[in-house]
Design a protein around this ligand. Structure first.
Ligand code: FES
Length: 118
């Protein structure tokens, strides 16, 4: 039995700097059959510079699942395992990843940003 998806607060939207990527570690429950555990998920949030559009990316590389991180100097998401790279929109720039970064559903309520995790 899988756990239902749940909304998790990432904090006030106005704390996310426009045009920047911010990584937030979200602790949440994972249910696998009879077992329940906790997991810390790095969520990479990009707030566009000219609007309040927000995208939350799963940090798992779409190649073989290594953790991707944002390189602010190069302005790309990098995967250290096999050299995969993604642009700020999550699209593959180089390397073996077969598709863009996965996105989480997001919503803003009363000025706070939420992300939906399973
Ligand atoms: Fe990321 Fe292979 S796991 S490039």
């Amino acid at each position: 039995r899988k756990a239902p998806k749940q909304w998790h607060s990432l904090g006030r939207l106005d704390t996310f700097v426009p045009g920047k990527v911010t990584t937030i570690s979200v602790q949440h429950d994972v249910i696998n059959g009879f077992y329940k555990s906790q997991k810390i998920e790095p969520v990479m949030v990009y707030r566009s510079s000219n609007s309040n559009d927000v995208v939350a990316y799963n940090s798992r590389c779409t190649h073989l699942g290594c953790t991707v991180h944002w390189d602010d100097t190069k302005q790309i998401f990098l995967c250290a395992c096999h050299g995969g790279a993604f642009d700020v929109n999550g699209n593959v720039k180089t390397g073996p990843p077969p598709r863009p970064l996965d996105r989480y559903a997001v919503k803003v309520e009363k000025g706070s940003l939420y992300v939906e995790l399973a």
